[in-house]
Write a protein that binds this ligand. Structure first.
Ligand SMILES: Nc1nc2c(ncn2[C@@H]2O[C@H](COP(=O)(O)OP(=O)(O)OP(=O)(O)O)[C@@H](O)[C@H]2O)c(=O)[nH]1
Ligand SMILES: [Mg+2]
Length: 424
């Protein structure tokens, strides 16, 4: 363990005139620290295009070699996902293990994963990342080392097996199978909850934005006796598992609140896919609360990344409250302040803020029902089923264009199905 914590590394990247390059590197340094490695130097190069064979240009490589020797660095961590051959060429030239951004994030997830589900998801993502990068004779090596210095070994049990690509593929499908079996039981739980008709709200957002703190704040305020708080900490990817808690407002209105894994810029696609099932709570929510760290100068970029990741996960058409958090850290900011129907500036550690957030959630979930006429195309008939389950359907007919349906719906559902509302 001591050895892992003292691993000295260089971080770096090629900027193709990216406006956010410096903050990207700062984030890479945070990710590196999150993996218990010590950043002893940073290398940057401006290029129109990265060099196909070696990522950096040759002059920069000589500079890196000298810097690594001077600082006694044991690895080089890079800001992009590199091709297998780029990594191989760089390792040969620099005589240093290369860790790209994807592998670094995968390693952090592997270290943080506690539940069986999270472990499975991370293992699938890691194997998918490694599969095209395996070289003959090195498979066993990868499984033994768990992917390089400073990386926890998640492959224990298989260490002595000689794993070739074929057996890794088999392993991946076996893990998917296990994960699916787990999802089935979770889906059943979710369906049971849906049957009780309690609306669901999911906290989503960039890692470290304050989702878990917001969840805990609401729990302490409204359900102090019954609800177990979740883990919150000033570190990247503190939360990997989804937690669901019931919140009871003073009006006796109830909703289920879920806390989910955070997102980050260039979140590995392997992880996005593997975590889809964990994020099913968000995909099925009646309302999303996107928590944004308003005290971070790059909060707008972070919100963009979150929205793009939600789209990648096909989590769309769900009404969203934008909750600009950590206002206490921004001098001169007035809070809590509702700045629009769905926008709030607040601080998760402030009770008045949390009360206002709860009011906005309640308004979105429980505000007066209105009678709305819908025309739902047959290809979207899941929404007909949805309305029959969640709303009071007054009439339902079929025409050539789709299902004509009139129902009393909440403002949340009206917004969710806005594109099918018949204009009158
Ligand atoms: N000053 C201040 N700190 C906050 C506020 N909200 C959260 N924090 C701090 O921000 C850090 C991250 O908070 P978390 O709630 O763990 O963040 P998260 O969004 O759940 O992060 P992940 O689980 O990593 O995705 C913790 O140290 C919190 O104490 C706030 O309103 N004000
Ligand atoms: Mg969290």
């Amino acid at each position: 363990m001591q050895k892992i914590e003292s691993t000295k590394v260089l971080i770096g990247g090629v900027s193709q005139n990216q406006p956010y390059f410096e903050s990207d590197l700062a984030e890479l340094a945070e990710l590196t620290k999150a993996n218990n490695m010590q950043v002893v130097g940073t290398v940057r190069q401006n290029l129109d295009h990265v060099v196909t064979a070696t990522y950096f240009g040759s002059g920069k490589l000589a500079e890196i070699k000298a810097l690594a020797a001077e600082k006694d660095a044991q690895s080089l961590i890079l800001n992009d996902e590199l091709s297998p051959s780029q990594i191989r060429n760089l390792e040969q030239d620099l005589k240093l293990p290369i860790i790209d951004r994807t592998r670094l994030i995968l390693a952090i997830f592997a270290n943080r994963a506690k539940s069986r589900e999270a472990k499975l998801q991370v293992q699938i993502a890691r194997l998918q990342y490694e599969l095209p990068r395996l070289r003959i004779g090195e498979e066993a090596n990868f499984m033994q080392q768990g992917g390089g210095p400073g990386f926890a070994n998640r492959g224990s049990g298989e260490t002595k097996l000689e794993m070739n690509q074929r057996t890794i593929k088999n392993k991946i499908s076996q893990l998917w199978h296990e994960l699916k079996a787990m999802n089935v039981s979770q889906q059943t739980k979710r369906q049971q909850r849906q049957r009780t008709n309690i609306p669901t709200v999911a906290l989503v957002g960039y890692t470290n934005a304050g989702k878990s703190t917001t969840m805990n704040g609401l729990l302490r305020l409204f359900n102090p006796d019954t609800a177990k708080t979740v883990f919150e900490r000033d570190m990247l990817f503190a939360t990997l598992d989804t937690s669901v808690r019931e919140i009871t407002l003073p009006t006796n209105q109830k909703f289920l609140l879920s806390d989910t894994v955070g997102f980050i810029n260039k979140l590995p696609t392997q992880l996005v896919k593997a975590f889809r099932s964990t994020l099913a709570e968000a995909a099925n929510a009646d309302l999303l609360v996107q928590v944004i760290d308003f005290s971070d100068p790059h909060y707008e970029e972070m919100a963009k990344v979150t929205n793009a990741t939600l789209r990648e996960l096909q989590i769309a058409d769900i009404p969203m409250i934008y909750a600009y958090n950590k206002a206490d850290r921004k001098p001169g900011t007035q809070f809590p302040l509702q700045t629009g129907e769905h926008d709030l500036v607040y601080a998760a550690n402030d009770q008045t803020s949390l009360k206002l957030l709860a009011e906005m959630i309640a308004k979105a979930l429980f505000s007066d029902l209105t009678q709305v006429a819908f025309n739902i195309p047959f290809t979207e008939s899941k929404w007909v089923a949805y309305l029959n389950q969640h709303a009071h359907v007054l009439s339902q007919n079929y025409s050539a264009n789709g299902t004509q349906l009139t129902a009393e719906v909440t403002s949340t559902d009206r917004q969710r199905l806005a594109k099918y509302v018949v204009n009158r």
